[in-house]
Design a binder for this molecule. Sequence first.
Ligand SMILES: N[C@@H](CCC(=O)N[C@@H](CS)C(=O)NCC(=O)O)C(=O)O
Length: 201
Amino acid sequence: MQLYVSPTSPFARKVRVALIEKGLLDQVELVPVDPWASPDALLAVNPLSQVPTLVTDNGLAVANADTIIDYLERHHPQPRLVPADHAQRDAVLAGAAQAQGAIEFTVDIVIERRKDEAQRGHAMIERRLITLNRLLAHWERHFHRDIKHFMLDSIGVACALGYLDLRLPELEWRSQAPALADWQGWAEARASMHETTPPVT
Ligand SMILES: N[C@@H](CCC(=O)N[C@@H](CS)C(=O)NCC(=O)O)C(=O)O
C-alpha cells in the first residue's frame, strides 16, 4: 500500500496514527507530497489533490481520512479502532465526527489567515474560534478520557488538539481545559502520536 501524506496534515496524521496503532506501518510506503501544489503523482491517483490518499495493494485509491481508516479497519480488524458493539460503535463514531469537525474548522481558520487582509473572512474566523472554544469546553466536561482504549474518537481528539498546538498556539487551550490537557499529555506519549508529531513550519 502507498499513503500520500504531508507532514503537517492533521487528516493524514489520523491515518498514520491508525496505521501505527494497528501495527501496519511497515506494510505502507509513505509518499510525502504538497497537495496544494497539485503534484502529478498525487493527481494520478486522486483528482481531488488531497492528502491523505491511500492506494491499496489492489490499486484502489481511497481518499478521506475516515474512509481510509474504515478500509483499514475492515481489512485489518485487530486491534479494533471502532468497537464491534453497536452502542459503543455509535458513540465512538459520534465522537470521531466531532473531532473531525474541530480539525476542519481549524483548517478553515488557517486558510483564511493566509489570505491578504482585504480578502480575509474575519467573520468566519470569529465564528470558527467561538465554535472551537465551545467544543473545548464540551470536551473538558464530557470527553470520556478512557485511557485504556485509543479508539477512533480518541485519535481524532488527540490529532485535533495537536493541530491547535501547531496552528493556533495563541488559543492556549490548556488553560481553559486542564483535564483535557492531562489526557492529551497521556495521548501524546503514545508511540503513534509521538512518531507523527508535526514539524513546526
Ligand atoms: N475530508 C478530507 C480532508 C483532507 C484535506 O483537506 N487535506 C488537506 C491537507 S490538510 C489537503 O490536501 N488540501 C489540499 C486541497 O484541498 O487542495 C479528510 O478527512 O481526509
